[in-house]
Design a protein around this ligand. Structure first.
Ligand SMILES: NC(=O)c1ccc[n+]([C@@H]2O[C@H](COP(=O)([O-])OP(=O)(O)OC[C@H]3O[C@@H](n4cnc5c(N)ncnc54)[C@H](OP(=O)(O)O)[C@@H]3O)[C@@H](O)[C@H]2O)c1
Length: 295
């Protein structure tokens, strides 16, 4: 399957649009391989490799940012009108650059509700939520852009600093039971590593790839494990029909959809080996990170 590999090194310049949780993790990982990486945020921060980009307020990076760029990863969600913020204002600059590859982080929300069944890249998108319709529109904008783009569809992202453990510790966790409700998830390190694997092995012939772990399951199982790791007693679960009265509309909307996201293309066909195959190993890593910070 994999016939040619390349080394990532200082010949390559990456721009990461949206250096938030996943974007900054990716930047950190690719920098370790020797690549030059700049990340964007909407306001200037202390990172010397940061530049400012804010599509809403028309703050556009200067041309020099694009000099010699070979790879772009966009981690910015759709704007309020469902347009892609990067394509909306930066297409001309990107077109003038010496670009080889673009990655776009999308969501598995575009698959809609499958009543707990598996979805793969072969399934037609069937979004029901407004945010997923906007996302699908952005995917279409990227696909029709004529740029060398690959789309990565992601379920719930967690990792060090943003996991069930932090939610429990800050009292922001809702212990809810909903019969047969399944969620998929992915550790942020696997997003970064899977994308690096794809770039290194030039696996560019699949335009859309899911990145998800091996074990979709109820949110309750993850929360139970989180309490166990922290050595705390979990409160009794509240039935969803009761709990939803206290959930925001956005929080409720996540419970309306029920699906299992397949990673067969990435992990079987393309041969990527997950670092965190399930939430248990992933949360163990998040706990180790908390312990490291406190020691
Ligand atoms: N979180 C999840 O569970 C999840 C699941 C599936 C897919 N996704 C999608 O995957 C991508 C990465 O997720 P994430 O959770 O790592 O993202 P994140 O931490 O929320 O970071 C989003 C980044 O986009 C930037 N941004 C937002 N609006 C912008 C605009 N109008 N112009 C310029 N920059 C803008 C933010 O800038 P600042 O740094 O200034 O805030 C931030 O750097 C996002 O598109 C997200 O919607 C997320």
């Amino acid at each position: 399957m994999i016939n040619s590999t390349s080394t990532l090194n200082n010949q390559y310049k990456f721009l990461v649009f949206g250096g938030g949780f996943s974007g900054s993790y990716f930047a950190h990982s690719i920098r370790k391989l020797g690549c030059f990486v700049l990340t964007s945020s909407r306001t200037k921060n202390k990172d010397p490799y940061n530049f400012v980009f804010d599509s809403e307020n028309n703050i556009i990076p200067e041309d020099s940012i694009f000099d010699g760029v070979t790879h772009i990863l966009s981690c910015i969600p759709p704007d309020k009108n469902g347009k892609d913020p990067v394509l909306k204002v930066l297409t001309n600059k990107i077109n003038k650059s010496s670009l080889r590859w673009i990655g776009y982080l999308s969501t598995t929300g575009i698959y809609g509700n499958t009543n707990g069944n598996w979805v793969s890249e072969l399934d037609n998108p069937n979004p029901s939520q407004e945010r997923s319709l906007k996302r699908l529109n952005c995917e279409k904008e990227w696909i029709t852009s004529d740029l060398p783009v690959q789309i990565f569809r992601l379920p719930g992202i967690y990792g060090p600093g943003r996991s069930t453990l932090e939610a429990i510790a800050s009292n922001k966790v809702n212990v809810i039971h909903k019969d047969k409700q399944i969620f998929s998830r992915v550790h942020v390190a696997d997003i970064a590593n899977a994308i690096i694997y794809i770039i290194k092995n030039k696996l560019f012939f699949y335009q859309i790839i899911n990145i998800a772990d091996d074990e979709p399951c109820s949110q309750l199982k993850v929360i139970e494990y989180g309490y166990k790791l922290l050595g705390l007693k979990m409160p009794s679960p509240v039935l969803f029909e009761e709990a939803k009265k206290n959930l925001s509309p956005i929080a409720q909307s996540f419970w309306i959809e029920n699906r299992k996201v397949s990673n067969q293309l990435l992990c079987k066909k393309l041969g990527y080996k997950l670092i965190y195959k399930n939430y248990r190993i992933g949360l163990d890593n998040c706990l180790a990170n908390i312990n490291k910070l406190h020691n």
